[in-house]
Design a protein. Structure first.
Length: 404
């Protein structure tokens, strides 16, 4: 779809935002390192770890919805990760559920405590529900036809949840994600065990995508392009927090953001979807069976033994995140024509490089300034997305444009 602007947007989105620690993590061990063949594997986390999206679940897993088609069971059965598997990931889990339990199951941490001397690998994928990804996507889909953008409706709330997740406790000096990894290390008590923090996949193409819901404006699953980029941006920010928390506590970040490359929702090549789109069940916006196969390849390629640093190293604070730009727009209207100007945008830690205007009539434009003429009378909602040299994004509130 937006062929003319694909290169500039893609270039802006592929720099800087995911921390260097993720790209060059301790996972990259020597090629002759022996695979994980011994000891016990504890697989913890939320629905993206349990296998929600496959529509096939173990009866005994109840509402935790653990699937035989998840990447966890595929890795255990198809790869060289041997030993016993304690598969305790549970749909809907937030960080606190790892300690308190969910859906009438015991705390996932109990699986670590019970067999700590035998464990060689613990994988944890957690954090998405703490930011209420599922609820926010439902809001975007159901309330996205008219009016304010998802970013305008939800960004303050998501920001507050993100800060709660990533702010250090004054007593321990650790944020919630760091606490999980540090507690697992303390329980395992062995330098030979690997603790891996798994991130989340990209949902939408880097330029956004379109499908049959594009009535009046470019949309995918009824989510406008600027909001697709906003969702991707928050996934990257959460992934960055996971990577920093893991690295600062001696755990290993495993990045699967790119596992969906070319297979995102509404991808322009009509490739098999990595994710389910809108559905009236728990499978919505979770990996398909194809998606979990992609995860199996991405995670399996990186799960090799890595030494656990000593406590002094593990207690290091996470790296500071980049400050995003603050998108600001000015509009002058002359009948059915508007002139837009983003020169009032406040830079973050890097200079703005891309300005994307979405006019809410299936037309988009790039540039610090632009002129657009609406072909039909109506009420439109203009948005501006700014991407800087670090790949950080800023989003304006939607500006109502009335054409008579």
């Amino acid at each position: 779809m937006f062929q003319a602007r694909q290169l500039s947007l893609l270039s802006a989105l592929t720099v800087g935002l995911v921390p260097t620690t993720m790209a060059t993590s301790a996972i990259a061990a020597e090629s002759d390192t022996d695979p994980l063949q011994q000891g016990r594997w504890v697989a913890m986390g939320d629905s993206f770890q349990s296998g929600v999206g496959t529509d096939e679940y173990h009866d005994e897993s109840g509402d935790c919805l653990r699937s035989p088609l998840s990447h966890v069971e595929r890795l255990h059965e198809e790869s060289s990760i041997g030993g016993e598997l304690d598969f305790v990931a549970c749909s809907g889990a937030v960080v606190e559920d790892l300690y308190s339990g969910r859906h009438d199951e015991p705390p996932q941490m109990d699986a670590v405590r019970a067999n700590s001397d035998d464990i060689s690998l613990v994988t944890v994928g957690i954090g998405g529900n703490d930011l209420d990804f599922a609820g926010n996507l439902v809001t975007c889909v159901t309330q996205g036809w008219v009016g304010r953008s998802c970013e305008e409706r939800l960004d303050d709330e998501v920001t507050e949840q993100f800060e709660e997740l990533t702010t250090a406790d004054p007593d321990t000096g650790l944020n919630q994600l760091q606490r999980v990894y540090a507690d697992i290390h303390d329980e395992v008590g062995s330098d030979s065990a690997t603790v891996a923090g798994i991130t989340y996949p990209k949902f939408f193409p880097p330029d956004g995508g379109t499908d049959w819901t594009s009535i009046g404006s470019e949309r995918c699953n009824n989510i406008r392009v600027s909001d697709q980029l906003w969702i991707n941006n928050w996934i990257q920010r959460l992934n960055g927090a996971i990577a920093d928390a893991a690295t600062s506590t001696g755990a290993t970040p495993v990045d699967i953001y790119a596992a969906s490359d070319g297979h995102e929702l509404c991808n322009e090549d009509d490739n098999e979807d990595y994710l389910n789109g809108v559905r009236l069940d728990n499978n919505a916006f979770h990996p398909t069976e194809f998606g979990y196969r992609a995860n199996t390849a991405a995670i399996g390629a990186e799960l090799v033994p890595t030494p656990t640093p000593q406590l002094a190293t593990r207690a290091a604070p996470p790296a500071d995140s980049h400050e995003p730009p603050e998108a600001r727009l000015e509009v002058e209207q002359d009948g059915d024509t508007i002139t837009v100007d983003a020169s009032g945008t406040t830079p973050g830690d890097a200079a703005p490089e891309t300005f994307l205007w979405e006019f809410d009539d299936e037309e988009l434009a790039e540039g610090e300034t632009a002129t657009h003429t609406y072909s039909e009378p109506g009420t439109y909602h203009l948005t501006l997305t700014v991407i800087d040299g670090n790949g950080e994004m800023g989003f304006s509130d939607a500006k109502e444009i009335v054409v008579e």
